[in-house]
Ligand binder design. Sequence first.
Ligand code: S3P
Length: 169
Amino acid sequence: MNKNIVLIGFMGAGKSSVAQQLGLRLDRDVVATDKIITDIENRPIVDIFSNWGEDYFRALESKVVGDLARKGNLIIDCGGGVVLRLGNVNLLRKNGVLFYLSASPEEIYERVKNQTHRPLLNTEDPLSKIKELLEKRLPFYEQAVHYQIDTTGKEVDQICQEIMEKMPQ
Ligand code: S3P
């Protein structure tokens, strides 16, 4: 069984686009923790946060991670906050290679500024929020990851190539 390819990184880092393309190139199934959570709850993430709160979302996220980490051969597109719980990281690392897709706060802002589906960024000053959260999370991403890929200014193709070169054969 091949190890999972696990994509972690901040919102807007390009995890979903990279995951989709990697899936096609490697002929592997692609799963996204956020998609599984919204399917289970049958409502968007903004509603889950506003109705039940972030802790409820994180508990669901951990359950989903636990289920996925037991499988192999997958490309797992993780929500940006998955690294906040060490238990998630330990499970994902057991059977997966973790890639941290990084980008500058300014680039992240450009990528997400017209989107509204991320509750944590629905604030008056999203760029400041991105900087604040990124600073807090950086140690978590760096501690969790096997390989960091800086995505700033790169096309999805190139990012996939870099990931494929780093995967054990
Ligand atoms: C979150 C990132 C989101 C989603 C939720 C919380 C975070 O996923 O899980 O809004 O805490 O960074 P994406 O990274 O796919 O946007």
